[in-house]
Design a protein around this ligand. Structure first.
Ligand SMILES: NC(=O)c1ccc[n+]([C@@H]2O[C@H](COP(=O)([O-])OP(=O)(O)OC[C@H]3O[C@@H](n4cnc5c(N)ncnc54)[C@H](O)[C@@H]3O)[C@@H](O)[C@H]2O)c1
Length: 249
């Protein structure tokens, strides 16, 4: 079997971690870049093609089941059956627990948890057919240990971790692995927006809190993600693989 040039879909591929993951996977995968920001997803796919990769893009709100079906159909038609899925699309924010409105709660659950669920459901039939698949969900340290003023976000990410473990168990015999990667802090537009809003400590304070002494990079997370998507990672499944500088141990 050809172990290179598999088809990978990355949600949230227009920015931050998703974008870094697209760049890493494009070294030896065909890549479908999915994002609600379709114009930037197209730009990322253009850049990957300029670097010699096969890539396509689709605009999709991952919380919309029909839109997810359309986006996966587009990737399948242009690149082939989906063998690797990374779910990085997500929203983050900070609200004191009693002030979280039902609408806000529902939106976090819809994008972060239901969005991941819908993408896994859309990708799994191809993986089952091939008897091979790799799923990496991008969760969060907040889903492992909670986070102040992130009741909605933490709940959504804790759900992602539990869902990933369950999928790992259900599909292990079919050659499909599912793992979750829970960042603590990685330098991305999401983190910078939170720092500018003074919702989280700035880089200096963060660097003092994190045992390794600095904020992580998208590249560091993408490298581990790419390993989890590789043939060599076939015996790793159901795991929460933290790339966090020792912030949560
Ligand atoms: N950066 C960090 O420090 C950090 C920490 C913990 C967890 N995470 C998680 O990592 C993932 C990536 O975050 P990031 O820091 O790269 O953020 P980011 O904001 O740079 O990128 C997120 C991407 O998701 C897309 N997106 C948002 N809602 C969407 C939707 N409904 N449908 C499709 N796409 C949508 C955005 O357009 C954006 O391109 C997120 O799931 C986030 O919760 C990040």
């Amino acid at each position: 079997m050809d172990e290179s040039n598999r088809v990978a879909v990355v949600t949230g591929g227009a920015s931050g971690l998703g974008r870094s993951i697209c760049e890493h996977l494009a070294r030896d995968h065909r890549v479908g870049v999915l994002d609600v920001n379709g114009a930037v997803a197209e730009q990322v796919a253009d850049e990957l093609r300029a670097g010699g990769a096969q890539a396509t893009a689709a605009a999709v709100d991952v919380s919309d089941q029909d839109a997810v079906a359309d986006a996966f159909a587009k990737v399948r038609a242009e690149l082939g059956p989906i063998e690797v899925l990374v779910t990085s699309a997500g929203i983050g924010g900070f609200t004191p627990f009693e002030q979280i409105t039902l609408a806000e709660w529902n939106r976090y659950l819809a994008v972060n948890l239901t969005g991941s669920f819908l993408c896994l459901q859309a990708a799994l039939p191809d993986m089952v057919e091939k008897r091979w698949g790799r799923i990496v969900t991008i969760s969060s340290a907040a889903g492992q240990v909670g986070a102040l003023r992130q009741g909605h976000y933490s709940a959504s990410k804790g759900g992602v971790i539990a869902m990933t473990k369950t999928v790992a168990m259900e599909y292990a015999r079919l050659g499909i692995t599912a793992n979750s990667l829970p960042p603590f802090t990685a330098d991305t537009p999401m983190l910078r927006a939170a720092q500018e809003a003074k919702a989280v400590p700035g880089v200096e304070m963060m660097s003092r809190i994190i045992p390794v002494g600095r904020v992580g990079t998208g590249d560091e997370i993408a490298a581990v993600c790419a390993f989890l998507c590789s043939e060599a990672a076939s015996y790793i499944t159901g795991q929460v693989v933290a790339v966090n500088g020792g912030a949560v141990v």
